[in-house]
Design a protein. Sequence first.
Length: 69
Amino acid sequence: MNQPSAELRIWRAWACLHLGEKCSTINYPRDTEQIKKENLTIPSIEQTLQEISALADLEEHEMLVQLLV
C-alpha cells in the first residue's frame, strides 16, 4: 500500500481542522498565539478542497465536499 505524499497529508490536516470547526458544538477559538508565532496562514475551505481535488482521488474529494460545504 502506498503512503500518501507529504503534501496530501498536509491538506488532509487542514480538512480535519475545518471539519472540527464545522462539527463542534462548542465554538473553540483558534490559537492566535501559535498562528502568529509560526506565521501560519489558514487556508479557506475552498482552497483546501481544491488542493485535495488535485492530490487525492475523486471519491475522497467528493466526500469532503459533502461534509464541508
